[in-house]
Design a binder for this molecule. Sequence first.
Ligand code: SAM
Length: 270
Amino acid sequence: MRKDRIEQLQSMLDSLSLMPNKALGQNFLVDDVAISRILDAADVRGQAVLEIGPGAGALTEGLLQRAKTVAAVEIDARMCALLRARFGNALLLYNEDFLKTDLSAIHRALCGGAFCVTGNLPYYITTPVCMRLLTSELPISRMTLMVQQEAAVRFFALPGARVYGPMSVLTQVYYTPSRVMELSPESYYPQPDVNSSVVTLLRNAQPFLSNLASLLKACFAMRRKTIANNLKGYGGKQPAMDALAACGIAPAARAETLAPEQFVQLCEQL
Ligand code: SAM
């Protein structure tokens, strides 16, 4: 099956004289079993979906079969030509950098209501893409993301863990993360050097807090500093001390020891 997929992909790429671009993180999925499990986990039936980095369309094809509307943001114009040839106007295609694209405009074009996000994310921008999604006020109901294993750990990290940080807190405040499957390099063409994980993030009922991301940035700015010290520049020393006292957080505590709900409390106080 994998061999068939690789041949199919190669013939699509050859027809447009394309070669995978390593700098753009172009490792394409060629594993039928994985593709179908990812589509099941994405659970997009009858819904609006935004795909990040569709590449040659390994996931897009199934998304179009299942979802109500599909928009995709792909930075590589050559891949966009391939996608247009494959899917025509059925796909709302944006030849743009996801980090700069106007997400509100895409959201309006998609549906204007709740929507899902899927993406086999390019490794070189995993963190900024995830942070953009996690700090978006748009009504994202579910994300199904493929990221390198070491990045996936951060969605689940608990206080005290070395990799616990803003991405862990934002994920756990707004979403319930779960693991779908692990992918070895053989699931891709060309093969990357690392293993990947597929995770879903299911939105919970926590209302969006517009200051949470900037508060987390301040709290985790210097990991070895106390939270009181890190917060000095965030609205002034006294308001920070008052808010910490109101939340029952010791000024000498370090951000990496606080639970996600303590950051929510602190955010509401400040
Ligand atoms: N979804 C396809 C698959 O699973 O086979 C391709 C995944 S490949 C890992 C990542 C894709 O993201 C590539 O097609 C690449 O061109 C695209 N990409 C890289 N940087 C991007 C960016 N800043 N904005 C949008 N797409 C980007």
